[in-house]
Design a binder for this molecule. Structure first.
Ligand code: NZQ
Ligand code: ZN
Length: 386
């Protein structure tokens, strides 16, 4: 295991009655609250009314940023920053999926500086000094943003989708009620499951590959996600399945699975331009890119890919070469994503080959697991994913 420092300060309230903890949390924060949410699902599900009642009962003065779009854009962040600065907002409550949480994190940072938030944090990666404190009510399990210290924002004008990490982005609390996810459309549920699996892959397929507790945790989590996903697809209101999916997605990025590992993130780096240029849902893009990336890189870590096939997909190695076992594991990933109804090719996402040059230009080549990623590699992976 590599050396590591682990710190995660997020207080998690999990379960059917987790929303009951919100008043207690609100009692600890300032009076002026910015409520951030998406395109309307919280109105349809009744969550908005429920939360507004709690905010009013807590005596809060509430400001709102609504209509946060999937792949949240800089414009929404500027809107929130303006509101926070003009009204002296003291606390931000994000109610939604990863897009709402990420937008809220960027607002929290950008409101505490006179500099431009995009250039300062998401381009120049300057260290943040202050942020408005943040709380989360999660409605879609996927990104892990409710427990991590990252935000991902899209600059639609430039086609960039960049992330920024800072401990100031940790939420003070996250409320995870699995029953809130019953209303997710099947395609969004699939996107969330693919994203969760992809996060675990990014951590698991990276050195060191020797015996270590982190890899066993990752394998257990992957098995739990696969089993729960298969149940939730058939029975969307199966509480245990939804609970397993919700906690797995948070756990995947809470930092525990990074411990002692180098980590990779190449598939995410290749996917982000797809979302930034075509507004593809993050999970849908990963369903196409990650299996192709695995196929392209499996020769770099055959032992790891074979172990993955055996331990996660129960592939029987008897009578097979190591290469056959590796291929079988990747075939299981593709079939699982297909089972969920996720797309499998760039063609299905409406991304034509002549655009590959631009996508390669926009891919961040900075992070890698087993071997640095080159422009030629990205071309090859995009061609494999056609
Ligand atoms: O906007 P509303 O109307 O609320 O609808 C949303 C949205 O259309 C809907 N939805 C959410 N909860 C629902 C619901 N519909 C019905 N019932 C519910 N309970 O789902 C749609 C997608 O929501 P979104 O927040 O965009 O999805 P997700 O959670 O997958 O977030 C994706 C964003 O997070 C970034 C992605 O790149 C993408 O921009 N990521 C953030 C990460 C992080 N902060 O650490 C890491 C990830 O790898 C990822 O990059
Ligand atoms: Zn992701």
């Amino acid at each position: 295991m590599n050396d590591f420092t682990y710190h995660n300060p997020v207080r998690v309230h999990f379960g059917k009655n987790a929303m009951d903890k919100l008043p207690g949390e609100l009692a600890r924060v300032g009076k002026k609250v910015l409520l951030v949410y998406g395109g309307g699902s919280i109105h349809r599900t009744g969550l908005y009314d429920r939360i507004m009642t709690m905010l009013r009962d807590a005596g809060k003065e509430v400001f709102e940023v609504s209509g946060v779009m999937p792949n949240p854009r800089t414009e929404k962040v500027y809107e929130g920053i303006e509101l926070c600065k003009a009204n002296g907002v003291e606390f931000i409550l994000a109610v939604g999926g990863g897009s709402v949480v990420d937008c809220s994190k960027a607002i929290a940072l950008g409101s505490c500086t006179d500099k431009d938030f995009w250039k300062t944090f998401f381009v120049d990666w300057e260290p943040a000094e202050r942020a408005i404190p943040l709380g989360v009510v999660l409605t879609m399990p996927a990104t892990g943003s409710e427990m991590d210290k990252s935000a991902v924002i899209t600059n639609w004008a430039t086609g960039e989708k960049n992330s920024y990490d800072s401990e100031l982005e940790f939420a003070q609390f996250s409320i995870l009620d699995p029953t809130v996810t019953y209303t997710l459309p099947p395609a969004q549920m699939a996107n969330g499951i693919v994203d969760t699996m992809s996060h675990i892959f990014e951590l698991y397929f990276s050195p060191p590959d020797g015996e270590n507790v982190t890899d066993y945790l990752a394998e257990g989590l992957m098995r739990a996600v696969i089993s729960a996903a298969r149940t939730a697809v058939k029975e969307p209101t199966n509480y245990e399945a939804r609970a397993a999916l919700m906690w797995s997605s948070s756990f995947a990025l809470c930092g525990m699975l990074n411990n002692g590992k180098k980590t990779d993130w190449c598939s995410h780096c290749i996917e982000h331009p797809l979302s930034a240029v075509y507004d593809v849902a993050h999970g849908a893009g990963l369903a196409v890119i990650h299996p192709a990336y695995m196929e392209y890189t499996r020769h770099l870590a055959p032992g790891r890919y074979a172990r993955f096939a055996r331990e996660v997909w129960h592939v029987d190695p008897a009578g097979k070469t190591e290469e056959e076992v590796c291929k079988e594991g990747i075939r299981c990933v593709r079939e699982f994503f297909r089972e969920l109804g996720a797309p499998a090719t760039l063609t299905e996402l409406g991304i034509p080959e002549p655009d590959f040059d631009r996508l390669v230009d926009l891919t961040d080549l900075g992070s890698y697991g087993y071997q640095p990623l080159t422009r030629e590699d990205v071309y090859a992976i995009l061609r494999m994913a056609r």
